[in-house]
Design a binder for this molecule. Structure first.
Ligand code: ADP
Length: 412
């Protein structure tokens, strides 16, 4: 039996999942972040801790490993792979001060023109006193994989998208090459591509097979998409967390900066999507989790709610309506909390349907099936309401853990 190991480095902690050849989970563990002062050490401890948490017996049978990290978390290393300074995390906005310069170099509306893009961060890093020791720019997932396979300067095209890599032509664009940034930008592989066998030191230290492969990784949100079970054009994953995030698999690449829509490459397909500010955070503002469960069960979904809301906590949305001043619409509010909830769930389902319509209008494949992740996925009443508006089958994702998606990537 060969097993596959997926490791997720997410926003709240790290997690490892081992699957068998039938993609069944045989082992899983977590490593939560707590009061971190040194991220590099923390990631290393997490990586070793998670591996040690897998029983020796399973570890010996692992054939391949893939790691996902948070998108746009980057670090600089010296020629030996040693970090020269603290990493810049996914949500670090310091790159924003480079956007003016960058906008005169990158094409209009390019994904790198965002305060948290990897390229904006890299430009900001150039003024660090430690920059002259830097040789390689790596993403979090690249560096963690390097600790296992020992090869520097290798990434995947999911992590490299926000560095400016051209995922259609599979090369760095000319405008980026011309910038002559004095560090090695990573060589970019398709996610899941075997990079190398694990180093003999790591194999001996942890009792891995010598021929255990380390594969190119991905980002946390794409790993979670892979975990869902969606595979074919027209299949989608809606994430009903604090916000509403849609992802639709398509044969056509869809980009529209006005709505914050862009596409990741997924083999021969494109994963296109958008994010709305509506979502569970609004529900949480008005109801406790217990109330959500109880009131939802009491709703009669055979009758449509006439209440037409645009549930937001503060003004402004980007997708599917691009209007930074869009006011929250939560009136009229009925006295019966059940009716109010019915109005909220129905209105969010209409926004979700409108989001998928917009993606299709812009050229994405016809929606055929919706998997669901996030806190709202467990609400079967909401699922029934959504199915009416979406007019396609709506189910819970097979699995929502990014680590599971990375394990599938290692298996493929
Ligand atoms: P995130 O990771 O984005 O914070 P989660 O995926 O953990 O979000 O989901 C949390 C959200 O799910 C909360 O905003 C909460 O209102 C919503 N939620 C929790 N339980 C339910 C439920 N039974 N029905 C609908 N929404 C729910």
């Amino acid at each position: 039996m060969t097993f596959y190991l997926g490791i997720d480095f997410g926003t709240s902690g790290a997690r490892a999942i081992v699957i068998d050849e039938e993609a069944r989970i045989v082992s899983q563990m977590r490593y939560p972040w707590a009061n971190v002062t040194n991220w590099v050490n923390c990631w290393k401890d997490a990586l070793w801790g998670l591996i040690e948490g897998i029983s020796q017996e399973w570890r010996r049978e692992i054939g391949a490993i893939a790691i996902n990290g948070t998108s746009s978390t980057i670090l600089l290393t010296d020629a030996a792979g040693q970090p020269v300074d603290a990493p810049l995390l996914y949500n670090d906005p310091r790159g924003s001060m480079m956007l003016k310069d960058l906008s005169s170099i990158a094409p209009p509306n390019h994904t790198v023109l965002s305060a948290t893009s990897s390229l904006a961060k890299l430009l900001w890093m150039q003024q660090l006193p430690t920059f002259n020791q830097a040789r390689y720019l790596l993403h979090q997932a690249d560096w963690l994989a390097f600790l296992l396979h020992g090869k520097l300067g290798i990434s995947d095209y999911h992590n490299a998208l926000k560095l400016g890599y051209d995922v259609e032509k599979l090369q760095y664009p000319e405008w980026l090459e011309k910038m002559q940034i004095p560090v090695f930008l990573p060589q970019v592989l398709a996610p899941g591509t075997p990079i190398s066998e694990i180093t003999p030191e790591i194999a001996a230290k942890f009792g891995f097979r010598r021929d255990c492969l380390v594969c190119a990784g991905t980002t946390d949100s794409i790993a979670a998409f892979l975990a869902s079970g969606a595979k074919l054009p027209g299949e989608a994953v809606t994430s009903l967390g604090s916000t509403l995030v849609l992802k639709l698999l398509s044969r056509t690449r869809v980009e529209d900066a006005r709505y914050g829509i862009y596409s990741h490459r997924l083999g021969d397909l494109w994963l296109t999507g958008g994010a709305s500010n509506t979502g569970g955070a609004v529900l949480k503002h008005f109801f406790t989790d217990d109330e959500l469960v109880r009131l939802s069960q009491e709703l009669d979904v055979s009758k449509a709610s006439e209440l037409d809301y645009y549930p937001l906590l503060k003004e402004g949305d980007r997708f599917p309506i691009n209007d930074p001043h869009l006011p929250p619409r939560l009136e009229p509010r009925p006295d019966d909390p059940k009716e109010f909830l019915h109005g909220l769930l129905s209105s969010m389902a209409r926004i979700e349907a409108r989001g998928y319509e917009l993606l299709q209008q812009l050229g994405a494949d016809k929606l055929s099936y919706v998997y669901t992740a996030g806190g709202g996925a467990a609400n079967s009443t909401w699922t029934a309401i959504r199915a009416k508006y979406l007019k396609v089958p709506v189910v819970a994702s097979n699995n929502t853990e990014a680590a599971y998606g990375s394990a599938l990537l290692a298996m493929r």
